[in-house]
Write a protein that binds this ligand. Structure first.
Ligand SMILES: Cc1cc2nc3c(=O)[nH]c(=O)nc-3n(C[C@H](O)[C@H](O)[C@H](O)COP(=O)(O)OP(=O)(O)OC[C@H]3O[C@@H](n4cnc5c(N)ncnc54)[C@H](O)[C@@H]3O)c2cc1C
Length: 450
């Protein structure tokens, strides 16, 4: 009997097990443009942990690779499948099980979309804070599996800081619970956080218990222009004293791309910082004074929520403006905040060497930069140079004490860089951990660790 027939029999006739190649092909890749992918032999649109348990048990016994898929918004090829694999999609497991206002937690199935939870929490004056730019379509399970960040994470922390407990289906098919719904818990080793950022390589997250917070007040927004990215980056480090709930940077190349599309008046700026304060709004004036120490060209702020959208517009337009110029490769590295300026200068030099536009923007407050390489559509030689530049950017970050990924994950496109920043002993420990949870290496093989 084929694997498809056997799985179908085990799961029952009303299960959504898809083998139509036109449909399975649409589950074969995420949003990373150059990661390899091939249609899986089947896609299971799982409806429960028990269905996943049955499928994993069979896959484990038959050494079938399994690729877990949230919403497929990933940018590292993490959810990309191979020809002989089974994709397990969590998209149908999208129930908010409970919002417990007294304990300020939510219990959700892993396929719930991030923004849907925040919208539901809003009715109770609460918020689910981690805010990846993809929050209107990425899943909470995918966010946990990549430890997703976002703009407000400079103040509130990334996804992992908001997860209290989870249900996981192991490769063996066994269903386990990790963590506690309590706010504090230090009993035994912290296996919960081993699964945060594990990118589908240790087990499948089926349920999450997440922190909800009292909804922050509408923020004041400040935008400041500087003559150079060096000055803006130095100012960013100084602005952390005001506990910003957002601190973003945009470089001159990206500003020029935005200006060419939507003129916003940044022609003379070498770089822009955008900051939000959701408490101590009165500190905006002091923050502007701080900016003056770094050759501020111009700065404005407003506590009117209606102005906020206008003031952060340049940051929102950063990536789409570069996308308009050609095919893009969006990189993701994290650095000590004090190294941002040097990083940007070295990437600008690289841009000249490879003769390609590289715009840089990102979460200055976290040192999490997104250099975006642009090349002409259909220019294969330029695409090749772009891929090389993508790797060189990672190496520049690593040489400055940074890391290969701040939030998008390692997936299938960056395992080769891991050994450049992690010792062999630690890699061996990581491989040993993987073996404990997934002895037959069926879960997202080849991803996350080399
Ligand atoms: C326009 C755009 C903007 C983005 N902005 C941000 C941003 O600001 N911050 C950020 O961090 N990321 C961002 N991303 C990347 C992406 O949205 C995140 O990585 C997100 O967390 C992925 O969620 P997903 O549900 O789409 O997961 P997928 O892409 O489906 O999967 C991502 C990884 O998680 C694994 N996985 C998914 N679900 C589970 C599960 N239930 N159990 C175990 N493993 C699982 C997959 O196997 C894969 O390795 C952006 C992407 C796009 C396209």
């Amino acid at each position: 009997m084929s694997h498809l027939a056997a799985l179908s029999k085990l799961l029952g006739s009303d299960t959504s097990l898809i083998s139509d190649p036109d449909i399975t092909a649409s589950y074969s890749r995420d949003q990373a443009p150059f990661a390899s992918a091939a249609a899986p032999f089947a896609v299971l649109l799982a409806r429960s942990a028990s269905e996943i348990s049955i499928a994993l048990k069979y896959a484990n016994e038959n050494s079938i690779p399994v690729v877990t898929r949230g919403a497929g918004s990933g940018l590292s090829g993490g959810a990309n499948s191979t020809a002989d694999s089974l994709v397990i999609s969590l998209e149908k497991m999208n129930q908010i099980i409970e919002i417990d206002t007294a304990n300020q937690i939510a219990r959700v199935q892993a396929g719930v979309i991030n923004l849907d939870l925040d919208t539901a929490a809003k009715e109770f004056g609460l918020a689910y804070l981690p805010d990846p730019a993809s929050r209107d379509w990425s899943s909470l399970g995918g966010n946990a599996a990549t430890n997703a960040g976002g703009m407000c994470c400079v103040k509130y922390g990334v996804t992992g800081a908001h997860v209290r407990a989870m249900q996981v289906v192991l490769a063996s098919g066994e269903i386990i619970e990790l963590g506690k719904a309590t706010k504090k818990s230090v009993t035994t080793y912290d296996l919960l956080h081993l699964f945060i950022g594990s990118e589908g390589t240790l087990g499948i997250i089926t349920e999450l218990t997440l922190n909800l917070e009292i909804r922050p007040a509408a923020p004041s927004t400040l935008i400041a222009t500087f003559p150079s990215v060096t000055k803006a980056a130095a100012a960013a480090a100084a602005l952390l004293q005001y506990r910003p709930a957002m601190l973003e940077i945009v470089d001159q190349t990206t500003l020029k791309a935005v200006e060419a599309w939507h003129p916003l008046g940044f022609e003379v700026a070498g770089s822009v910082l955008i900051m939000q304060l959701d408490e101590n709004h009165s500190l905006c004036e002091a923050a502007l004074e701080t900016c003056k120490q770094f050759d501020l060209i111009d700065g404005v702020y407003s506590d009117d929520p209606a102005d906020a959208a206008d003031l952060i517009r340049v940051r929102k337009l950063a990536y789409p403006a570069l996308e308009r110029m050609g095919a893009t490769l969006l990189d993701d590295v994290a650095l000590p905040i004090t190294k941002i300026a040097e990083f940007v200068e070295r990437v600008e030099k690289l841009s000249k060497e490879v003769n390609l536009t590289i715009g840089i923007f990102g979460h200055a407050g976290d040192g999490n930069m997104h250099p975006t390489i642009v090349h002409d559509h259909g220019d294969l030689a330029a695409a090749e140079r772009a891929q090389q530049a993508f790797g060189k950017i990672v190496e520049i970050a690593q040489s400055l004490g940074g890391t290969a990924s701040g939030e998008h994950g390692i997936g299938s496109i960056k395992p080769g860089f891991v050994t450049k920043e992690i010792s062999k002993t630690v890699i061996d420990l990581q491989r040993a951990v993987k073996k404990v949870f997934d002895p037959n290496s069926i879960l997202n093989p080849g991803k996350k660790i080399p």
